[in-house]
Design a protein around this ligand. Structure first.
Ligand SMILES: Nc1ncnc2c1ncn2[C@@H]1O[C@H](COP(=O)(O)OP(=O)(O)O)[C@@H](O)[C@H]1O
Ligand SMILES: [Mg+2]
Length: 281
């Protein structure tokens, strides 16, 4: 396989407190161009913390992130802002990724401008070159450029957030529960649109979710996270057919219990402890 575009090496994140809370407890992973990696695990296991480290929004307590062969410096570090636009993120709540007071068009233009600054020239080859073209690519109307995020549905806002992220021609798109706030009928469709457009650009994707049913639709590989550790990883089909770690088995077994919103209940009953060591596949 080619060199990974994004790697995490022995990432540890402690949040301050007495005692500190270890949200990520030594995670290493690789994301390659042209693949969708699903990061799954129940709420609170550390997925968002890890995702924020991977895109440079959060400095890990220990370990490093390597982006295109170089150590990724967190976004506050001078000179990093342009380089880091090659790692784009779409959050669960579009309110935190879109500015409610700006029209949609200029926000997508921000992505296009980021690509031009980073790559020079016209940005990414073969990608739409205007916000209106991006809207059509993502399944909306070109004249939605004049709308404000507040006048759009949740699904449409996530489409805009995706368009803006992809307009920046990222090498990696990280989606942190990007579909979880949407109604069930919209979730699968949007997950598919996000992943297929990402792959069409030749980028890699990390798709973070607690909903394995959706992840199964789009992920080539899975990372199963439990209490800050990756406890199982491998090709999605193999894990689906033959989960080795007891936590993965519980997670897969919980799928039929999903409620109408496509969410899973917590799969770890109080008092249950699964091993923190990674299953050997
Ligand atoms: N900013 C923070 N300060 C302190 N603790 C945090 C913070 N963010 C998350 N946590 C804690 O870290 C753990 C992992 O959280 P998070 O990464 O959000 O998990 P997930 O995305 O899998 O739900 C949880 O116990 C959470 O309460
Ligand atoms: Mg989260």
């Amino acid at each position: 396989m080619s060199e990974p575009v994004l790697s995490a090496r022995d990432i540890i994140v402690d949040y301050p407190g007495y005692p500190p809370l270890r949200a990520v407890a030594g995670v290493s992973l690789d994301i390659h161009a042209g693949e969708v990696v699903g990061l799954v695990g129940e709420s609170g296991c550390g997925k968002s913390t890890l995702a924020r480290v991977l895109c440079g929004l959060l400095k890990p307590t220990a370990g490093e992130v390597v982006y295109l062969g170089r150590t990724l410096k967190p976004i506050g570090v001078a000179g990093q802002k342009v380089a880091n636009t090659g790692i784009q993120m779409v959050f669960q709540d579009p309110g935190s990724s879109l500015n409610p007071r700006r029209r949609v068009g200029p926000q997508i233009q921000d992505g296009l401008d980021a690509a031009k600054r980073r790559l020079g020239g016209e940005g990414a080859a073969g990608a739409p070159t205007s916000p209106g073209d991006w809207l059509e690519r993502i399944g909306m109307n070109a004249d939605d450029v004049n709308r404000f995020p507040g006048s759009l549905s949740g699904g449409q806002r996530q489409r805009i957030a995706t368009a803006r992220a992809l307009a920046a021609a990222p090498d990696v798109l990280i989606g942190d529960e990007p579909i979880s706030a949407l109604d069930a009928s919209t979730q699968a469709r949007l997950a598919y649109v996000m992943s297929s457009l990402t792959l069409a650009q030749g980028a890699g994707m990390l798709f973070v979710s607690h909903d394995l049913a959706i992840v199964r639709l789009i992920a080539d590989r899975l990372l199963v996270m439990y209490q800050g550790h990756i406890v199982e990883r491998g090709p999605a089909e193999e894990i689906w057919a033959d989960p080795r770690h007891p936590y993965t088995q519980a997670l897969l077994g919980a799928i039929p219990l999903a409620d109408g919103a496509g969410r899973l209940p917590a799969v770890t009953p109080p008092g249950t402890h699964y091993p923190l060591t990674e299953a050997i596949r």
